[in-house]
Structures are given as C-alpha cells and as structure tokens.
Ligand binder design. Sequence first.
Ligand SMILES: [Zn+2]
Length: 411
Amino acid sequence: MRGSQLERLGAGIDALLKSNRFYRARLHRVSTWDDFEQLPLTTKAELMADQQANPPFGTNLTLPIEHYSRLHQTSGTSGTTPLRWLDTAESWDWWTRIWAEHIYRSAGTQPNDRVFFAFSFGPFIGFWSAFSGAERLGALVIPGGAMTTEQRLHTMLELRATVLCSTPTYAIRLAEAAAAAGIDLAASDIRLTIHAGEPGASVPATRDLIERSFGARCFDHTGMTELGPTGVSCDARDGVHLIESEFVFEVRDDGGAIHVIPETGTITGELVATNLGRWGSPLIRYRTGDRVELTREPCSCGSPFAKMVGGIRGRVDDMFTVRGVNLYPSQVEDLVRRHTSIGEFRIEVRSVRGMEEVTILCECEGDDGESTVSRLAADLRVALGARIECRPVAIGTLPRSDLKSRRLIRT
Ligand SMILES: [Zn+2]
C-alpha cells in the first residue's frame, strides 16, 4: 500500500508543479517518503485567504476552469465564510467510488436497498456524494430535501426505505417525531443508518439510542468537503477505519511534530491527510482540525486500514477545560444521551478572567427538568471528574439543523 501511495503522490505532485498556482510554490518533486515528509502542511486559513485574494474559486486548481463540473462549499457552522470547492468529473467519480466500494460495503448496503437521505441538498456537500455513491451501487436513491421532519418520516415509511443517511442528531429528531406521532420506527423497514457531520454515531450512548429507535445497525462515516470521504466504521464498533488506499494519513502531536501511524500501540493528535484521487483540487498534508487516536493493531473485521479509536474525538478547537480537566463535546454527549428525556443540548463556554466557565443547556421532556439535569450533573462529575452546571431550557429553545449541529458555543 505504501508503494502505491508513493507512486500516486509522485505523479500527482508532478502535475501540481506544472499547473496548480496554489501548490506550485509550496511543493517539490516527491520520489521518496523523505521527500514527502519535507512538504509543508496546508491549513484551512491558507485556503480561505487564497480564496479571498483570488475570488471566487481561489488558485488551488490544477486544470482550466472549464474542466470542473461541480461546486460545493463547507457548511460554515463555525460562523466563518464557507470555503468553495470544485470537482472535476474524474474527482467526483473518485468520491462516489469510495462510497460504493468502502462506505456502503462496510455498512452492508446492497443494490436492492432503498436509501433515504434526510438532508437538505443545498450547496453544502453533506450527503450529495453519498447520494451519487448509492446510485452507483445500484440502490434506489430517495432525496429528502425541502421536507419537514414529519414529511420525511412519512416518505421514508411509505416508500419502505431500508437505509437512512442523516446526521446523528437528525436521526434522533426523526425518532422523537415518530414517537410523538405514535409511529413504531423500530418496526419499519429501516435496517441500516449511516451518519456523518458529527461524531455521534461513534458515541456509544447516541449510537444505542439510534439503533433502539430504528431497530437498525448504525454506522459512522467521516469526511470533509475540502478533503473527501476519509473513513467508515466497521462491525467491531470501536472506531472508524481510515481509507488508506485513497489517502495518506499522518498525526500532528501537541508539540507540532508529525508522525506516521505506528505499527503498534496508538498515537494521539490532529489528523493530517493527503488525498490521492482528487488532483483537480487536491490537499497535501492538510490539517483537518480533528482530534484522533490512531491504531494499526489488527481489527476483528479484517480491514487492512488503520483505525480512529472511538471515531473522531472532536474538533481540536472544541476542547474546553473545567478546572484543569480537558474535555470534548463527544464525552458530554455520551452522558447526555443516556437520559432519554433530554433532546437537544448545547455546551456554552464563557471565558471569565482567563478561566473557562461551562454550562450545559438541555431541552427536557416532562415537568421534571430540574431533577433530570441534576442527575446529568452527577454523571458528569463521576464519569469525567468535572463539576459542570446543567440547566433545563424550554423545548424548542435551541437551534435545530439537518446539517451539522453545533454543540459547543463560546460566548
Ligand atoms: Zn474493523
């Protein structure tokens, strides 16, 4: 695998040196791994700055503009300007092939499945590639854009969909709406759910809740608009495999040093990725901003690929500190989801005299929100060793989205 990665890198980088304005000055020829390891990292801030200086598409384009056939953009959930991203027909084919050959295959999706996409199909890439990938697989694809939650629920049931693609939060919202309407979703035809956009499907309590509600097996997929589809969970259910046949993955530790994935043990830090099949708009040693723990220990599913233990732990920027304890939103989510009367929740972090003050706001069903949140606060104290204020808020107070839900807000 390393040999084939290096071959694709060498040929791809030669093409960038000829005609990619963004990368031409940053790169040199690569014929050995030593050459590769001397290339600089790429950051999202550099890409944003390039797009602002060279509107509307920036200069990370290897081919003349008429060769590109699709435009998507990042979701802009962090309140930033979205980053635009172009694909050629060839790179779109790469995306959809990875869905068909790796993601749907790992989840066990078949050509006779009916795949429902509870997604709004706007400019955010979201499940567009999943849609094309399912079509390529030969499944029946059902777009669920421009519908209310109730309409999506009824469409899914009426058309006897067998696979649901959505964010984990939106799957929970569909389950809540079904319960309110007296519909037994677990008795529906849905047998698989595939999630992306948030780490929820790798958070045990969230995954259990989705699987119980739908009577289905739940899978986690990781990917990024600007990078492509990077990983999928497996039957071992303890992490997400990185699709190393299509990317080179490395880890940047907290001191800034870059490491290859070790043969034994684990390594923790920020995931750094290079795609090997999107040469029209490539990323070389891209800092994903995702905090991961990687291992190459053999997996019971037989996959040859390294694994992110427990999926993506969180965004590097989303770490918060409660009296010296470093935490990620996914750790809070795992405890919140054990309380079935809590629906939406949000972590608010304020900086007060250099210290972070944290409050968790929870929408609680029923009259007894105060006692629910005090039980949650006790769980947080025991499991994470952190005293965190938890406050009930009225149902419908917190913002809702069928794109990525932003759980952590800094005020
Ligand atoms: Zn596995």
